[in-house]
Design a protein around this ligand. Sequence first.
Ligand SMILES: [Fe+2]
Length: 304
Amino acid sequence: MQPFAETQLTEAVLARLAGCKDERMKQVMASLIGHLHQFVRDVKLTEKEWSQGIEYLTATGKMCDEKRQEYVLLSDVLGVSMLVDTIHHANPGGATESTVLGPFFVHGAPEVPHGGDISAGLAGEPTWISGRVLDTQGAPIADASLDVWLVRPDAKYDVQDPGAGMQLRGRLRTDAQGRYAVRALKPVSYPVPTGGPVGRVLDHMGRHPMRPAHVHFIVTAPGYEQLVTHLFARGDAYLDSDVVFGVKDSLVVAFEPMSDAQAEAVGMPKGSLHVDFDFHLAAVDPTRKGRAALPAVEASADPS
Ligand SMILES: [Fe+2]
């Protein structure tokens, strides 16, 4: 048998998909194989580079466990997560825009009462985050669920600190008027984890690892599209160069000082900050595929 020429090899691999019964699988694999082969031809990938690539992907997989998802992070810094989000969440009719989930979501965060405190006694700038969950017509959505999580003032998430337990994360519910409120701290800009394969490739590409300060939310209500999003702090130095490309203008909000009267009214200390933001959820559209189940970073309450 004659060896395949470069392009003949691609055609031969694609031809082996003839027996694939799953049309979507066939479409995805044909495109993946075609692009992958073209990439190898474009850069004339050397055997050493191929080997390095295999080693890199192996190391990335080994870095993943129930508390850390290095592949989600790799997808994030290469812009793939935002590309998938952008394609499938085109912001129909006035719904709040979505952005990346990120690698630090944890299932099973504690339920927090209206106005409850998730700051876990950490020192920082006390911040009252409140608003409403509404539909795209402005009608309140009662009993919506909001998962909220944010980075600690030392620029780490709780799950990056073994033994810390759950800090700065919780699950809220809206009241009959669609209102939510939580006491937290002002988020800080932080580097994505750089001690693994993603950090190495960022450094090699000459890129910084920073994300602008933000608070994460997942807003869920029956009959509505689940919203995965952030609120970003206006004025942050990294808004224009977020390492995961997640910033959208509509999600940039002011963290404003509360007046003494405002602070006293909700039991916050003097000098606290306040963010007010209404989330708008789109009704489920049966013709659109909803967001897939969230990658499971099933950190326990005590990650030790
Ligand atoms: Fe984050």
